[in-house]
Design a protein around this ligand. Structure first.
Ligand code: HPA
Length: 276
């Protein structure tokens, strides 16, 4: 059997008894949203370090566990802490949690992240609906022998971020008087922030925001046929757009400041996703 698939099945086998319900939505929490689950009625949780073969996140401030909770009445599995390429994991390990959440039954993936604004119309603290992505600067987790049980060898990528859900997110934001921008997310491998020349290049290529996660995850989710949506918190303007050097503290500080509005929006959106 395909080694990556064998590992995935083993991981799933090691937790399947502990999954309290079949989730409809899988939510990945980015920087600043880490405590989203704390205010929910938690039905169960599984610590990453108890899952066989699971890559355990090392980033400070990221708690590593799956949380199961109803969000606005919708059964949701939440990744509290994600896995990044820059931690040194194989691409297939970085996406193992996304594949697990699909195996648990989630058919909608909702990704969130903190990202640098590349578009000059953006400012720190903005929220951006992800309309498309550029993953060309990171390795694909689909390389190697295809896992036919999950999806096809050459998956179509023309509509990664579900148009209907994107429309619904814009509607929910409007109804709640939350301003939301829209744009293309570009993933780098990190962990270094970009150089000024790289940001100029990314802008020419059509990126509106840049970050170190997400595209690798949504690519495999699309491979598995999940419906996908995502929102970035623009935690800073990217390198060269202001005079200040970039720090992880600034990213965290803005993400934390934006978190209350972001959390409200995420909850309301999941409420609507439950009706799909
Ligand atoms: N670049 C890359 N990743 C990021 C940034 C950035 O400016 N801000 C938050 N994550």
């Amino acid at each position: 059997m395909n080694k990556v698939y064998e590992k995935l099945l083993k991981s799933y086998d090691s937790i399947k008894e502990k999954i309290p319900f079949t989730p409809k939505v899988a939510l990945i929490l980015g920087s600043g949203l880490g405590d989203f689950a704390e205010s929910l009625d938690i039905k169960g949780s599984i610590d990453y370090n108890t899952i066989e073969g699971f890559p355990v996140s090392t980033v400070a401030g990221h708690k590593g566990r799956f949380v199961f909770a109803d969000v606005e009445g919708v059964p949701t599995v939440i990744m509290q802490g994600r896995v990044h390429l820059y931690e040194g994991y194989e691409p297939t390990d970085v996406v193992l949690p996304v594949r697990l959440m699909k195996m648990m039954g989630a058919d909608i993936l909702f990704v969130t992240n903190a990202a640098g604004g590349v578009n000059y119309d953006f400012k720190a603290g903005d929220l951006m609906l992800i309309s498309d992505h550029i993953s060309s600067f990171v390795p694909s987790a689909l390389k190697g022998e295809n896992i036919d049980e999950l999806g096809v060898r050459f998956p179509d990528m023309s509509d990664i971020y579900d148009k209907e859900i994107c429309g619904l997110i814009e509607k929910v934001a409007k109804e709640n008087q939350i301003e939301i921008k829209k744009g293309v997310y570009l993933q780098t491998a990190g962990p270094a922030y970009e150089s000024k020349a790289e940001i100029r290049m990314f802008r020419i290529l059509g990126a509106d925001a840049v970050g170190m996660s997400t595209a690798i995850e949504t690519t495999v989710a699309n491979h598995m046929g999940m419906k996908i949506c995502g929102i970035s918190c623009i935690s800073n303007l990217a390198c060269g757009m202001t005079d200040n050097p970039l720090t992880h503290e600034e990213v965290k500080e803005t993400a934390d400041r934006t978190a209350p509005v972001f959390k409200k929006l995420v909850s309301k959106i999941i409420g609507e996703l439950g009706k799909m």
